[in-house]
Design a protein around this ligand. Structure first.
Ligand code: SF4
Length: 391
């Protein structure tokens, strides 16, 4: 595993007190467990699922304060394992408890193998208006090595079904730098993605955590990841291909058609506020960061008993808020506005971090212009090292 490649984000962002809230709904169930996955998830338990959905609606209900909400995101796990009626119940709970804007962006993550055309139509009728499909690769050998339950053909069928149902805002997830993946194969998957013309795409470098089952299997079977230079080339080449197809890179790992950036995820990177529901979900609001208990059964039990589900709950210091806002803001291609930071945090970040930024600029990793700082693509390749400076 290289330490020099962009990771998949996951920053919690900070609070601004401005703008509408986002709501994140965690669905921890999966049909199978992928050998690289480090998310909070487990195998689908059909008996637990209805109790979990009831717990979600109860948690949403008791957290509701009528605040304006302009994005809802069902993430996981595999949210497409919920029945349409279950998704609709959670959405109803959100609308009852909050002032959900009529044009709110409402995303559901879907795995190709659990995409059923009739269900997609019903999901759109229930209010889902953005679908994020976890494709990961268009090569069946790579998908098998990852332990994914779908084939490339199944992913194409799922995309077609989502479009035919009338979804005008579709995102595809692709992973780069897979075990035994060549640069040509990586480019082939990016081209296959572009050929489908999604509205948005997330292009993540595969990160294998220390004890990932896939790491051991890859070592046993000789599926090595390409050297770091090739990994960097895969990332830059993927972005060249999405550039050429008219996508705009707006974050280290995300590209979109004009106006199709993820409104929800921008809250994490633009100093926004959100509430998370479900096991392990994070919230950040009014300078307070909160995390729910991670374990699904404990979460459900706590809600059923009317007990708190919060595991950690603490007020961020001014320094933490500033550091987090810099860390997440610099993930954006447009970077950060120094004047806006000074007005919000009362800190002259230009004076504090100027020498570091000039060092990064001399290396070709950052650009300082018009009162803004931003990473170059070469800087995005070493973003883990650069962003550490600010937290
Ligand atoms: S489907 Fe997604 S959340 Fe579930 S195990 Fe695979 S990578 Fe993890």
């Amino acid at each position: 595993m290289s330490g020099v490649l962009p990771d998949n984000g996951g920053g919690d962002g900070t609070t601004s007190g401005a703008g509408a809230l986002g709501l994140y709904v965690h669905v921890p169930f999966c049909a199978a467990i992928c050998g690289y996955c480090n998310f909070n998830r487990g195998l689908l338990d059909e008996d637990l699922k209805p109790r979990y959905v009831a717990a979600l609606t109860r948690e949403i209900d008791r957290s509701g304060d009528g605040s304006r909400v302009d994005s809802i995101f069902f993430g996981g796990g595999t949210p497409s394992l919920l029945a349409v009626g279950e998704v609709a119940r959670v959405l109803d709970a959100c609308r009852d408890a909050f002032d959900v804007a009529p044009d709110a962006e409402i995303t559901l993550e879907m795995n190709p193998e659990s995409c059923r055309p009739a269900a997609v139509t019903a999901l759109l009728e229930a209010g889902i208006n953005r679908i994020s499909l976890g494709v990961q690769s268009f090569d069946d050998g790579e998908l098998a090595r990852l332990g994914r339950a779908h084939t490339a053909a199944r992913a194409r069928d799922a995309f077609a079904a989502v479009r035919e149902a009338g979804c005008g805002n579709v995102s595809l997830d692709l992973m780069l730098w897979l075990p035994a993946q060549s640069r040509a194969a990586c480019a082939g998957s990016v081209d296959a993605l572009v050929a489908l013309a999604p509205d948005h795409a997330s292009l993540y470098m595969l990160e294998l955590y220390p004890n990932a089952p896939l790491r051991e299997e890859a070592a046993r079977r000789g599926w090595s990841q390409a050297p770091d230079e090739d990994a960097a080339a895969m990332y830059l080449d993927a972005l060249s291909r999405t550039d050429a197809a008219g996508y705009h890179q707006y974050e280290i790992s995300n590209v979109a058609r004009p106006g199709r950036q993820s409104r929800h995820n921008l809250k994490y990177w633009q100093d926004g506020e959100w509430l998370g529901f479900g096991c392990g979900a994070h919230s950040t609001r009014d300078g307070i960061r909160r995390q729910n208990v991670s374990e699904t059964v404990r979460y459900v039990g706590a809600v059923e008993q009317g007990a708190p589900v919060t595991e950690t709950d603490r007020r961020l210091s001014a320094e933490e808020r500033l550091g987090d806002a810099l860390f997440t803001g610099l993930r954006l291609a447009e970077g950060i506005d120094l004047g806006a930071f000074e007005r919000r945090y009362g800190v002259d970040v230009g004076a504090r971090y100027g020498p570091d930024v000039r060092r990064f600029a001399a290396a070709g990793w950052m650009i300082e212009a018009a009162g803004r700082w931003r990473l170059t693509r070469a800087g995005m390749l070493v973003s883990n090292e650069i962003l550490r400076t600010f937290v």
